[in-house]
Design a protein around this ligand. Structure first.
Ligand SMILES: Nc1ncnc2c1ncn2[C@@H]1O[C@H](COP(=O)(O)OP(=O)(O)O)[C@@H](O)[C@H]1O
Ligand SMILES: [Mg+2]
Length: 287
């Protein structure tokens, strides 16, 4: 489509009263550190949300070796680069994951989202707005570290799920991420999920440490405890088979914890009126 055509389409579609109504709940899953379970949580959560009847899209924003394609044994043909080059529509590059959730596969194109030119942004916006009406949840699996790309997705999301584990380095890295988001970008609300915890008590202790540090050094930042996921060897077992734990082991402790989280997020989502149309897409494209 020509740029003028794209613009025209956007003008038509962005009156804020699109027929599908509500926009999706948008969550980034983030940590500042690799290996804490972001990808496993994102995908299993997507599966549990889908199983509860929700329409879910996962954006794989991490290019590392353990990305979602590999985790699920998928071999996507296309990715966001094909959308940006105009060869494919967004709908054509999405891949279907287990249980029916959709995946936007990782590619180096995701790295350039923060630096697209205006015409590319408008084009992508029109593609995304078409999709938004068919989605309840959008989950973004972010990369490790605190680079521009990670910050970008955390800014675009409505909610940031910060994953940490009882390991001290995880706490330090989560704190560093929160500090950058708060001090440099004015984001002051985070949800905390403790993964690989031995018990609820341990997870609460980890959460409190983070919350106390944040309160002491960052002032008015709000960290909500969202829950914990136990250490569970079923996750590793599923990863080895390139399958999702929630699919292979629906009754495992970790699956039950993630499914409980899915239930809580759905409840929240249904309470919010969802009239915040176009919020994410515009935030994401910085328009
Ligand atoms: N609750 C858990 N119990 C046991 N192992 C886990 C748990 N969560 C994640 N893992 C393991 O930790 C490793 C890192 O998980 P991954 O989701 O790839 O982390 P990240 O995306 O943060 O780098 C994987 O081998 C995974 O199997
Ligand atoms: Mg990962």
């Amino acid at each position: 489509m020509t740029q003028a055509g794209t613009l025209e389409k956007i003008m038509r579609n962005t009156d804020g009263n699109s027929p599908g109504g509500a926009s999706p709940g948008v969550f980034s899953v983030t940590s500042g550190k690799g290996g804490v379970g972001k990808t496993n949580i994102t995908t299993n959560l997507a599966y549990c949300l889908a199983r509860r009847g929700k329409r879910v899209l996962v954006i794989d924003a991490d290019l590392n070796l353990a990305n979602i394609d590999i985790l699920l044994g998928l071999a996507p043909k296309y990715n966001i680069q094909h959308v940006l080059s105009g060869d494919k529509t967004l709908a054509q590059v999405l891949v279907r994951g287990p249980g029916g959730f959709q995946i936007l596969p990782a590619s180096s194109g995701i790295l350039s989202l923060a630096t697209l030119d205006e015409a590319q942004k408008l084009f992508l916006l029109s593609e995304m707005e078409e999709m938004a009406h068919d989605l309840d949840f959008l989950l973004i699996d972010t990369a490790a570290g605190i680079n521009d790309n990670v910050i970008y997705f955390n800014l675009a999301a409505q909610e940031r799920l910060v994953v940490l584990t009882p390991e001290p380095t995880s706490l330090t890295d989560a704190y560093a991420l929160i500090k950058v988001m708060t001090a440099n970008h004015g984001i002051d609300r985070f949800r905390v999920l403790v993964n690989m915890a031995g018990s609820k008590a341990e997870s609460m202790a980890v959460y409190r440490k983070l919350a106390m540090t944040a309160e002491r050094f960052l002032g008015s930042v709000s960290l909500d405890y969202l829950g914990f996921i136990p250490m569970d060897s079923k996750i590793t077992g599923a990863v080895r088979q390139q399958k999702l734990m929630a699919e292979l082991f629906p009754d495992s402790r970790a699956t039950r914890a993630i499914d409980g989280l899915a239930g809580r997020l759905i409840e929240e989502y249904e309470k919010s009126d969802g009239t915040d149309d176009n919020f994410f897409w515009r935030g994401m494209l910085n328009l």
